[in-house]
Design a protein around this ligand. Structure first.
Ligand SMILES: [Zn+2]
Length: 241
């Protein structure tokens, strides 16, 4: 058994490691087999609240585990792969790769102004549709929306693209308000947050509904403004000497 698991096992007494491992395994297999999501192992949170990667990484409990070589591209919905990860590291955190799972996730981070940005957005587009929602252990929310599988494809540079759009790994809709789309991932229940709380579903039975048009429009706009803006050097080249 790994060193990181031993460390996690010495966590607070109110944390039931056996229960966590059981529910994590169950949820990983369910998300892959029933929802057909591509799941990904990410580093767990140790009993002291630090990331199991053992470094001061700045993304505790949120970055791809060394069990997968190519980060988010190592996501899988094969039960055999999931069982192998959990045999090696039973107490990992779990994520879903959004692009291949045909979902986009509106990610609200209240610590960076996401709640205000969401209120502002809702005042323009109307209330968010009722859809699958994750409550992160840090006070944030993830709102899940489906997109057509045919809209996504790999391109030659290993990026996902919307077929009628520039590359859209995701983007910002406001401060603390991100869209996680192609090439990105979101941490899912029952993973542990650095705060010591767990991610959980607001309603485990709630399905994700199709992405509203304003979200796809925002995604395309974010892709253009975030990823298509020429650099200063490119601007100089365009203008000439
Ligand atoms: Zn880490």
């Amino acid at each position: 058994m790994s060193k990181s698991f031993q460390s996690i096992h010495r966590g607070p007494s109110d944390f039931d490691m056996g229960e966590y491992i059981g529910s994590l395994r169950c949820e990983a297999l369910r998300l892959a087999a029933v929802e057909r999501y591509f799941v990904l192992p990410v580093y767990g949170i140790l009993g002291d609240g630090n990331c199991a990667c053992g470094r001061a990484c700045g993304a505790a409990g949120k970055h791809p585990h060394g069990l997968v070589r190519h980060g988010v591209r190592g996501a899988s919905r094969e039960a055999q792969a999931i069982r192998w990860w959990l045999k090696r590291e039973p107490a990992i955190n779990l994520a879903v790769a959004t692009g291949p799972s045909s979902v986009v996730v509106l990610d609200v981070d209240p610590r960076n102004g996401g709640s205000e940005a969401l209120s502002d957005l809702v005042s323009h587009v109307g209330p968010l549709p009722d859809t699958r929602t994750t409550l992160t252990g840090g006070g944030g929310q993830h709102y899940w929306f489906t997109v057509e599988p045919i809209a996504w494809r790999w391109d030659d540079s290993d990026s996902y693209r919307l077929e009628d759009s520039p590359e859209v790994p995701g983007g910002k809709m406001g401060p603390g308000l991100d869209i996680q789309a192609a090439g990105r991932y979101v941490v899912v229940p029952p993973s542990r947050h650095a705060s010591g709380s767990h991610y959980r579903w607001l309603d485990p039975a709630a399905p994700a509904v199709p992405a509203p048009e304003w979200l796809l429009t925002g995604l395309r706009h974010a892709a253009r403004s975030t990823f298509r803006r020429p650099s200063n050097e490119e601007r100089l080249c365009i203008r000439g000497p």
